[in-house]
Design a protein around this ligand. Structure first.
Ligand SMILES: C[S@@+](CC[C@H](N)C(=O)[O-])C[C@H]1O[C@@H](n2cnc3c(N)ncnc32)[C@H](O)[C@@H]1O
Length: 287
């Protein structure tokens, strides 16, 4: 199957970016890079069959990342597949905010500091922060046993000095006492991309490949975020910061929640690249 034909198959199946996806799958089959695709037209029989098979699966709206087995997230590449949420580009904004804050406030000469990633999934935020902040000791908390298996696999694949600074916990982020006991010392920074899509929101076909518990946050999208606020207050040291990703319809609900607890100040709403409210940051009171 040629690239043009594959692009047509994907377009007919309603795939958003048919040419880019077809190229990506061809690159995957050939084990080459995109720049060399122009000279890689002569597929042997086996490669041609593999490519056609992958195009057929993509036409069933199986996510690209499941087909190639990995997802890029900021500075890292994660193993993903059925049972774990595929990291999304918008969460890189939360990573960038957390990274900048850690560099500005925490990463002094030889400083050691504690980061907690609540609802860690494949470990995207936890691993990206551990990989780029040598002073960070990172706790990754995830409820789903299947997702935790992917998370642990991703941690095990890190360089030994990075892996040694990431601790994986299977736990429920709505249980403040349990999470505080897992983390032990007060945290300097908490990040979370929890399930937050309201249950009635229509989602693209690919999203159904993510576990429902990773995506949907109840009727208003706040089922996990609301009780998680008490957990964040329990584990953050006074002056420590939190960033929480949320649905574009719940920016006011999340800022209102954090202000309403009385535990946080500097509650700030941040937008994504399309200008939609995407994450909220705050500082634990009591500096
Ligand atoms: C939107 S996914 C985000 C995963 C990862 N942080 C990322 O950005 O790619 C949300 C994750 O929260 C997990 N989760 C859902 N409810 C949870 C809970 N009560 N406690 C801990 N993890 C939970 C899901 O299993 C899923 O892995």
């Amino acid at each position: 199957m040629a690239l043009a034909e594959a692009t047509g198959v994907l377009a007919a199946a309603g795939v958003d970016s048919p040419r880019a996806d077809a190229e990506w799958l061809l690159v995957h089959v050939l084990g080459t890079d995109r720049g060399r695709l122009l000279v890689a037209d002569d597929l042997d029989h086996e490669a041609r069959a593999r490519f056609a098979g992958l195009i057929a699966l993509r036409a069933q709206r199986i996510p690209m990342q499941h087909l190639v087995g990995t997802a890029a997230f900021g500075p890292v590449v994660l193993h993903v597949g059925p049972g774990v949420f595929v990291p999304r580009p918008e969460t890189e904004l939360l990573y960038a905010w957390a990274h900048q804050l850690a560099e500005r406030e925490l990463a002094g000469a030889a400083a050691q500091f504690t980061v907690v990633d609540l609802c860690s999934g494949s470990g995207a935020l936890a691993i990206a922060l551990a990989a780029t902040l040598p002073g960070a000791r990172v706790h990754a908390v995830e409820k789903s046993p299947e997702a935790t298996t992917w998370l642990q696999r991703n941690v095990d694949g890190l360089a030994a000095d990075v892996a040694a600074r990431v601790v994986v916990h299977t736990g429920d982020v709505t249980d403040a006492g349990a999470v505080a006991a897992m983390v032990g010392a007060p945290a300097d920074l908490v990040v979370s991309n929890p399930p937050y899509v309201p249950s009635t929101t229509p989602v693209p076909a690919e999203v159904h490949a993510d576990p429902a518990m990773a995506v949907f946050g109840g009727e208003d999208g706040m089922d996990v975020i609301t009780p998680m606020a008490a957990t964040i207050a329990a584990i953050l040291r006074p002056g420590g910061c939190v960033g929480i990703e949320h649905d574009d319809t719940t920016g006011d609900a999340v800022t209102g929640l954090l202000r309403g607890t009385g535990d946080f100040d500097e509650v700030t709403s941040h937008t994504d690249l399309t200008g939609r409210p995407r994450f909220v940051t705050a500082r634990r009171r009591g500096r």
